[in-house]
Design a protein around this ligand. Structure first.
Ligand code: UD1
Ligand code: PEP
Length: 436
């Protein structure tokens, strides 16, 4: 179990370039299974989850070539379907959440797709009903082994249809979409998720020859085609990393420039941090955060009532940044209610922040009230374990702002989604060391 040792209380300074988006990468990598032609992908983040998925694709027979840092070609012209029946696949498939999205492409192109219950963050129930209900609507036969927690779908030829998803599931929409592009006839997916990750996937599939309209909306209309071809794709910067660095800058009172952020794809993220009183300046395609030497003040609603920040399906505020919002609020002037509507166990990490001296009341598993210290009391350094990827980074931010030396264990969780985080943070002045 890897550990970070962090000496807090130092101001950081400089600029940081966000990595390619983790959740987009997981979708895009699965899409290479849809064609026998070569696909070139740029800006692939070097993170554990993505590397696990690339390794899984290789075992499936996909030819993978690394051209330079972050640039790879993939060619799925000789797919080894026997691997899907191996014990090794049952281990590899469980290694991350994103592996679930191989099912749609495999089903569409080869008539069968399987997956063990995928991994990912332990942040509450993470069901897959939307995925399989959608694939069943397209005509697939579904099987599930409760004992092995192993899912499978099979179909000779998928047939387009109309479907209204029960929830706007991100990976669910991607999975169904990747099956529908090769189905016979027209598919309509209503209540589709529409994060920039999905917009990027749609654009890539259209470049490969798919016929998808409604990109960016919650109604995707897909005219099935017989085959797809090769393309080149470049990943957007990771918006969750960008939000993490905004929070980091504010809480350590640091002046930081986050470069090439693709502003137009950030949705409500800048505005939500502004509601906490943080100055988020747009400079071209960069974000500039000045040093908040006088702190930052949480806004109230127009009627004077306490601000609530809650997650919602895109274009609402992403649940993946609520843990960061929560930690940043612990040093703000004022109070905020953080409402994590989607996941049931994602707020439990606040116990660690309370240990460090933060004023937080966990109202129930979904809601926490934070009463900011306004830097009148600094957090105390401590030893903690990262429970999930975003809580891990939130604790890291807390440790960088705290007095003294903290240790964070189980940093594999952080490495799942943040590329080379210790080295990149050291480059802007953080005192952080990786110890094994
Ligand atoms: C690999 C990947 O891409 N992971 C992301 C993806 O996970 P993933 O695709 O697994 O998450 P889903 O979008 O399926 O759902 C996440 C949770 O939100 C609930 N839900 C979802 C939609 C909705 O309209 N109402 C609702 O309550 C679901 O029941 C579930 O508990 O999307 C999540 C939600 O943005 C993110 O946290 C994850 O980082
Ligand atoms: C929940 C997350 O990831 P995953 O879906 O891969 O567990 C996340 O990226 O915040």
């Amino acid at each position: 179990m890897g550990t970070f040792k962090i000496e807090g209380g130092h101001q950081l300074k400089g600029s940081i370039q966000p990595q390619g988006a983790k959740n987009e990468a997981l979708q895009i990598l699965c899409a290479v299974l849809l064609t026998s032609e070569k696909i070139t992908i740029n800006n692939i983040p070097d993170i554990v989850d993505v590397n696990k998925l690339i390794a899984l694709l290789k075992k499936l027979g996909v030819k993978v070539e690394k051209l330079s840092k972050g640039v790879y070609t993939f060619q799925a012209d000789q797919v080894n379907l026997a691997y899907l029946e191996s014990d090794q696949f049952k281990i590899d498939g469980r290694g991350l959440r994103g592996s679930i999205m191989i099912v749609g492409p495999l089903l569409a192109r080869f008539g069968r797709g399987y997956i063990p219950k995928p991994g990912g963050d332990k942040i509450g129930r993470r069901r897959l009903d939307t995925h399989f209900e959608g694939l069943i609507k397209l005509g697939a036969k579904f099987g599930y082994s409760k004992e092995e927690q192993f899912y499978g779908v099979e179909a000779e030829r998928l047939k387009g249809t109309y479907m209204l998803l029960e929830e706007a599931s991100v990976t669910g929409t991607a999975n169904i979409l990747m099956a529908a592009v090769l189905a016979e006839g027209k598919t309509t997916i209503y209540n589709a998720a529409c994060e920039p990750y999905l917009q990027q996937l749609c654009k890539m599939l259209n470049r490969m020859g798919a016929k998808i309209s409604g990109v960016g909306s919650n109604m995707l209309v897909i005219e099935g085609v017989d085959r797809l071809g090769g393309t080149e794709h470049t990943m957007l910067p990771d918006m969750i990393e960008i939000g993490s660095w905004i929070g980091l800058a504010a809480m350590t009172k640091s002046e930081l420039t986050i470069t090439n952020v693709s502003w137009n794809d950030l949705g409500l993220i800048p505005e939500t941090f502004r509601k906490l009183g943080i100055t988020v300046e747009r400079r071209g395609d960069d974000i500039h955060i000045p040093a908040h030497n006088d702190g930052y003040e949480i806004q109230s609603f127009i009627d004077g009532s306490i601000l609530t920040i809650a997650d919602a399906p895109w274009p609402g505020f992403t649940p993946d940044l609520l843990s960061i919002i929560l930690v940043v609020a612990t040093q703000a002037r004022g109070s905020v209610l953080v409402h994590q509507k989607m996941f049931e166990s994602r707020l439990f990490f606040v116990d660690k922040l309370i240990d460090m001296g933060a004023k937080i009341i966990l109202c129930d598993p979904h809601r926490a009230t934070v009463i900011g210290h306004d830097f009148k009391s600094t957090l105390k350094a401590t030893t903690m374990t990262s429970p999930d990827i975003r809580a891990g980074v939130s604790l890291l931010i807390a440790a960088l702002s705290a007095k003294g030396t903290s240790t964070i264990q189980n940093i594999e969780q952080i490495d799942r989604g943040y590329e080379n985080i210790d080295e990149r943070l050291r480059a802007i002045g953080a005192h952080i060391e990786r110890i094994d």
